[in-house]
Design a binder for this molecule. Structure first.
Ligand code: NAD
Length: 358
């Protein structure tokens, strides 16, 4: 088994360092190889996703990714911007299924902006389709309108589209994930207005026939956005398209209080995956040693479970993280009165120490 480790920019290096320490402390058999990505790779290789980094990623069983991006690259031509590295990896590796769990740890209930009783025990899995929808549909662009409300005016347009196989494969992923949880899937669409999402709903319903043991319900995206803040615990596995998933998964992330706690996985049909924290490169705190490494450490746990077939080791990491939180240690983003503030490395030390006493 081989893991490509791509720390990237900003806090990427700091948080990935801690996840790598945790992985090494597990005493498992795999190789890790580091490579530059994002702005760092642009500086050293003239491209955010150099050929050598892409090749390494293509030849590994999993990718542990930090974060990319910095405001200093905002002026670059789009193809050279750090964020293009993630899009390139998704495309070249066919990473179509994005798993974003939103779990509220009991010790962090107070960090949420929602009332404790609404989020205590929260454990939602949002599964977002990642390679289709309006983000990738062609044609797109700007032109002079020939019809509409203002013919002759400049306009911009995108194309929302999904093919049947694209919907089928993400629906299978969702139903299979639900079988390992509470056997309930909510498919989020906008079938009342959009042709694409009526089709989405029809295809998900068709695939559901193969999973009679799993309950399926459908929800319009506006209602889903509302239910996430009204009664989030009623949801379990949520499956949706690229754009709705983008928005809902960030909303779900904030239910738990801090983006520094949330892991994510993007998988292809061979279970090869890219594992990264849900947050970005946080240039505002980079180099200060205060970033929360837990989202990255929990992403490493997801990697062990989904791509490296090491579910038991994943559980060990997750329970070590819970133990550390229970002991009262907090990075500044999750700190509250009565807990002990620590930096990135101290948090990593604590997780490694908690693993040792299991
Ligand atoms: P961000 O997620 O980097 O930061 C948002 C806020 O959350 C900041 O105040 C930051 O300090 C804080 N934060 C984020 N992660 C944290 C952690 N682990 N511990 C403590 N605090 C944390 O989002 P942004 O500021 O909008 O974007 C910064 C850069 O990151 C941009 O260049 C953006 O394009 C990029 N970005 C990259 C990814 C990725 O690599 N997948 C995702 C989102 C944004």
């Amino acid at each position: 088994m081989k893991i490509a480790v791509l720390p990237g920019d900003g806090i990427g290096t700091e948080i990935v360092d801690q996840a790598v320490r945790v992985l090494k402390a597990m005493d498992l058999k795999f190789e890790m190889e580091f490579a530059p990505v994002g702005g760092t790779a642009y500086e050293s290789h003239g491209h955010p996703l150099p050929e050598s980094t892409l090749k390494l990623a293509q030849n590994c069983d999993a990718i542990l990714f930090g974060a990319v991006g910095d405001w200093k690259y905002d002026q670059l031509e789009r193809q050279f911007r750090p964020e293009q590295a993630i899009l390139g990896l998704r495309k070249h590796l066919g990473l179509f299924a994005n798993f974003r769990p939103a779990i509220c740890y009991e010790e962090l209930v107070g960090a949420s902006s929602l009332k404790p009783e609404l989020i205590s025990g929260l454990d939602i899995l949002i599964i977002r389709e990642l390679t289709g929808d309006i983000y990738f549909g062609q044609p797109r662009g700007r032109r002079i309108a020939v019809d509409g409300h203002f013919p002759g005016a400049e306009e911009a347009f995108d194309t929302m589209r999904y093919s049947k196989p694209e919907i089928e494969r993400i629906a299978h992923v969702a139903f299979q994930a639900a079988r390992k949880r509470s056997k309930k899937v909510t498919s989020v669409d906008k079938a009342n207005v959009l042709e694409t999402f009526q089709f989405w709903k029809d295809v998900v319903t068709e695939v559901h026939a193969q999973y009679p043991d799993v309950e399926l319900d459908h929800m319009y995206v506006d209602n889903a956005a509302m239910q996430l803040v009204r009664a989030p615990k009623k949801l379990d596995v949520v499956v949706t398209g690229n754009m709705f998933g983008d928005i809902l998964s960030d909303e779900a992330a904030m239910l738990t209080g801090s983006i520094g706690m949330l892991p994510s996985a993007s998988l292809n049909d061979k279970q090869v995956g890219l594992y990264e924290p849900s947050h970005g490169s946080a240039p505002d705190i980079a180099g200060k040693g205060v970033a929360n490494p837990l989202a990255t450490i929990l992403s490493a746990a997801m990697m062990l479970r989904f791509s490296l077939n090491q579910a038991e080791a994943a559980l060990r990491i997750e329970s070590a993280v819970k133990k550390v939180l229970a002991s009262g240690l907090r990075t500044p983003d999750i700190w509250s009165v009565g807990t002990q503030k620590v930096g990135t490395k101290e948090m990593g030390d604590a997780v490694v120490a908690a693993l040792a006493v299991q």
